[in-house]
Design a protein around this ligand. Structure first.
Ligand code: BES
Ligand code: MN
Ligand code: MN
Length: 453
């Protein structure tokens, strides 16, 4: 195995760089053809790795790529999930090298999708190739790489429900999360859920002269800002009635366990160039970003934003708002509470409209399962260190759905770093992480096959 990995190192990287050239931005229809090209690339590489039935499955959105290798029906089956779509690269001018021209600097690959999730799922393609080419697969493997994760996996639920037999598995293995640091491996044991909404506030029926009408009618941007500001109190808590009703509070013992993960506030602040952190009173930064729910404005617009000044009292104002959810909140419940509250606090001088976008349920994985043990031991085997269990702050909405539809748990064996700038300009992925991931994954299969025997 080691010999094979060493001998093919450069080719593995070259192939990833080729995949990173394709701007597979799922959110923007302008890239529809490129998204498809990325899917075809993945399909071809899965076939070349030695997997059977590598094909594209059409959905009303972007295609799902699927391939499998059933070595022996008596062996346990691992389903690998990942996504070949990426976030938009905007703003382009902040990139040091163009987002879709992958560049290696300081032992890192810079490109949109380098870490999230092309670099991470591609480690699996190469690890599987290496297992097939050397000692053989110790488990059956199924690989499903989708193209709509970054836009909420809207069509994947139907796909999974319609292909339950094909996707039948004992465990789902996902590399789309982070470790604490390269000398501190960790395994995420949970993901936050998500409720994403867009709001529209309408004042007068048309844009007005801000001198002629200013002061006499409500300015929807002013109103929207007031409304948004009122959604948090001084303690950083969300003011929507009922918002916290279903939040599962952790016991002091559980909090103490999570607090064992190393965290340096000084480094954190320095990395982000902020003088202080902010958030809900009574919780640490790690808790605020993992076990506590949040509400954040992701974008806000309206009125005149072009060059120079235009005196205008706008007719409309908009914002996109995300709420990260924790067990046992549900996106349906939270979206409804938000809508009710936001409508209720609107003054009579404006009309508001709330449009729900996507959502996803939060997820927790048990740490006392053979699946978790196989992953934990894989890190020990490859890194010489036991990984620290952590709760993640991001969302992968499909994970809760897998549990519901397929009845199986997911193992979140990510190899990225929070500082890899996912969704930001200059996203990158360490060459160390890419190669170390390829080395770690086969141990999972080996350990899992042994533990299940
Ligand atoms: N890979 C991320 C999620 C993630 C990142 C989890 C880091 C844990 C650590 C995923 O691609 C993502 O960005 N998900 C979206 C959700 C989606 C519905 C757009 C998110 O979390 O915003
Ligand atoms: Mn991802
Ligand atoms: Mn992402």
């Amino acid at each position: 195995m080691t010999t094979y990995l060493d001998a093919n190192k450069q080719r593995f990287l070259d192939e990833l760089l080729e995949l990173l050239l394709i701007p597979s931005v799922s959110a923007d229809s302008k890239f529809k053809g490129d998204v498809r090209r990325a899917a075809e690339f993945v399909r071809d590489k899965l076939a070349a790795a030695g997997l059977d039935n590598a094909s594209l499955y059409e959905t009303p959105g972007h295609p799902v790529v699927y391939a499998e290798k059933i070595v022996d029906p008596a062996l346990p089956t691992v389903l690998v999930y990942g996504h070949y779509d990426v976030q938009p690269a905007d703003p382009y001018e902040l990139w040091q090298s163009p987002p879709f021209e992958p560049t290696i600097r300081n032992e890192r690959i810079y490109a949109r999708g380098a870490c999230d999730d092309k670099g991470q799922f591609y480690m699996h393609v190469k690890a599987i190739e290496a297992m097939i080419a050397t000692d053989g697969l110790p488990c059956n493997v199924k690989v499903m790489i989708e193209g709509e994760e970054e836009v909420g996996s809207d069509h994947l639920g139907t796909f999974v429900a319609e292909h339950r037999d094909m996707l039948k598995t004992d465990v789902i293995l996902i590399s789309d999360t982070s470790i604490i640091a390269n000398d501190t491996p960790s395994l995420e044991t949970g993901l936050r859920g998500l409720s994403y909404v867009e709001v529209e506030v309408t004042g007068p029926n048309r844009d007005l002269h801000s001198g002629v009408y200013g002061g006499g009618v409500a300015n929807p941007i002013n109103v929207l800002c007031d409304m948004i500001a009122s959604l948090h109190d001084e303690a950083g808590r969300i003011t929507i009635p009922g918002f916290y009703d279903n939040v599962a509070d952790l016991s002091e013992a559980e909090r103490a366990e999570l607090a064992k993960a190393p965290f340096n506030l000084q480094d954190y602040k320095q990395d982000l160039d902020v003088n202080d952190v902010a958030g809900e009173a009574g919780y640490s930064t790690n808790e605020r970003t993992s076990i506590r729910p949040t509400l954040d404005v992701n974008g806000i617009w309206g009125g005149y934003t072009g060059e120079g000044a235009k005196t205008v009292l706008p007719s409309k104002a908009f914002a996109k708002i995300s709420m990260r959810l924790v067990p046992n909140q549900t996106p349906d419940e939270i979206t409804e509470l938000f809508t009710k509250h936001f409508t209720a606090i609107a003054p009579a001088s404006v009309k508001v409209k709330v449009t729900p976008h996507h959502g996803g349920l939060p997820y927790v994985t048990p740490v006392d399962s053979v699946e978790f043990e196989a992953a934990s031991k894989a890190f020990e085997d490859a890194w010489g260190k036991k990984p620290i269990p952590t709760r993640g702050g991001g969302s992968i909405p499909i994970v809760a759905l897998f549990e519901r539809e397929l009845g199986v748990k997911s193992i979140l064996m990510g190899f990225g770093l929070d500082s890899d700038a996912l969704h930001s300009p200059n996203e990158s992925y360490g060459l160390f992480n890419f190669y170390k991931g390829i080395e770690t994954i086969p141990y999972f299969y080996k350990n899992y096959a042994e533990l299940k025997r």
